[in-house]
Write a protein that binds this ligand. Structure first.
Ligand code: MN
Ligand code: MN
Length: 416
């Protein structure tokens, strides 16, 4: 009878193997046969040789794929894609690239865009069906919005701020001095393409000029100068003072009562310890973000975002700084570990267990983004500490001391 580490507790509990329980100390390595990974080849290291062709630059970045931990097992959809391998659409004034379910098929409920605009560079006036949630990665931008009650919105944002434009709300983005802005956009639809938004230039160019004249109560000649193709991104002069733009945009209905922007990094951390910091933002704090919730996570070297899952939504991740590895558990014996670094996208389907470990010697910083009005996560350790101890012992053969040491808190980031 072959007894794996995983099935041992259940068999032991049945009384069949009580005599062997003294030998049940957990071992490193895959508990399932045949053994896999570094533990399995200790006696024959040649087993991991790779003499054929290889993209060495790429392979060197993926130690967890080259030699996965011995606990990895089974199969799983790919949950990693780097923006570095997403084609840039480069125009005069900036560029954009996207990771949608075309690039990352598992990412069905969220898609992302990385965009740079020069100082003065404009992402043209537009709107779209999905809501847009954004985090400013670099520099400064001026954003505009407009609501269904005729109220205007103009605001400047800088690195660490975010914005949210709900479905159908028209908006624009423009880079500011000294070097424009780079930002991440996340949409609450994995199939959404940034390159198919409703652009005002397209609509104008594809509307009969007499209809435009009637609509805007202008002579047809007023439309002689309009572009006959979309602009999407274009260079314009750097705008002047924010106060002047705010005033000029103001109509009789006033400004939007709720801001479309939010200063996430100026917020006090919701969780802070020697291991890291977590800032959560959802519709409880940022009212306008009714379909997208997020957390900004800092994991110090040596620490990790603890084993957890999200009961309410898939998680779309963007890695801002540092290096880490994520282990994902999808059920049965399917577990996979992947390496991530700044600029990469990760995706974890709803309720799959995962952890993210800092594998570098600088802070690992990433965003967790959810297609939901609220942030929700369940800590494995905290759950085990909120159960009858005998029930937990019957599963894991823990001692009383181990049970007592389990944290009653959802620490989020652990390690020391
Ligand atoms: Mn947009
Ligand atoms: Mn998570």
């Amino acid at each position: 009878m072959i007894v794996s580490r995983r099935s041992f507790a259940a068999v032991a509990a049945s009384g069949l193997l009580v005599a062997q329980s003294a030998h049940a100390a957990p071992q490193l390595g895959n508990p399932d046969n045949p053994p896999q990974g570094p533990e399995a080849i200790k006696g024959n290291p040649h087993s991991s040789n790779d003499p054929g062709p290889e993209n060495k630059a790429l392979a060197s970045q993926f130690p967890s794929s080259e030699m996965p931990p011995s606990t990895d097992h089974g199969d799983m959809p790919n949950f990693w894609f780097p923006f570095a391998n997403a084609t840039k659409r480069v125009q005069d004034g900036g560029w954009a690239r996207q990771v949608t379910k075309n690039e990352l098929p598992v990412a069905k409920s969220l898609a992302g865009v990385d965009m740079y605009l020069t100082a003065g560079g404009v992402r043209e006036l537009h709107w779209h069906l999905p809501a847009e949630w954004s985090f400013v990665l670099y520099g400064k931008a001026r954003i505009t919005g407009f609501d269904q009650d005729g109220r205007s919105f103009v605001q400047d944002v800088s690195a660490g701020d975010l914005w949210n434009f709900p479905s159908g709300i028209p908006h624009s983005i423009q880079g500011l001095d000294p070097d424009g802005t780079e930002f991440l956009l996340v949409f609450d639809d994995g199939g959404f393409s940034e390159f198919s938004t409703l652009l005002t230039t397209n609509w104008m160019a594809h509307t009969p000029v007499e209809v435009l004249a009637k609509n805007f109560k202008l002579p047809a000649s007023a439309f002689d100068p309009i572009p006959m193709h979309e602009l999407y991104i274009f260079q314009a002069p750097v705008p002047g003072a924010l106060s002047a733009d705010k005033q000029a945009a103001l109509g009789p209905q006033g400004a939007t009562p709720e801001s479309f922007s939010y200063s996430l990094l100026k917020q006090e951390p919701d969780f802070k310890s020697p291991d890291g910091e977590v800032r959560i933002v959802d519709s409880k704090k940022f009212f306008i973000a009714s379909t997208i919730a997020a957390a900004h996570v800092i994991v110090h070297p040596g620490a990790m975002r603890e084993l957890h899952w999200h009961p309410n939504a898939d998680e779309w991740q963007y890695y801002i700084a540092g290096k880490g590895r994520m282990g994902v558990f999808s059920g049965a014996e399917n577990v996979r570990t992947k390496d991530f670094q700044a600029g990469d996208v990760g995706y974890i389907p709803r309720s799959m267990g995962h952890y993210i470990e800092n594998t570098g010697n600088t802070d690992l910083v990433f965003l967790e983004v959810f297609n939901s009005s609220y942030y929700s996560s369940i800590s494995f350790a905290q759950w085990l500490s909120h159960l009858p101890p005998e029930l937990v012992k019957a599963h894991f053969n823990f001692s009383d001391g181990t049970i007592a040491a389990l944290s009653k808190q959802d620490a989020k980031v652990v390690g020391t």
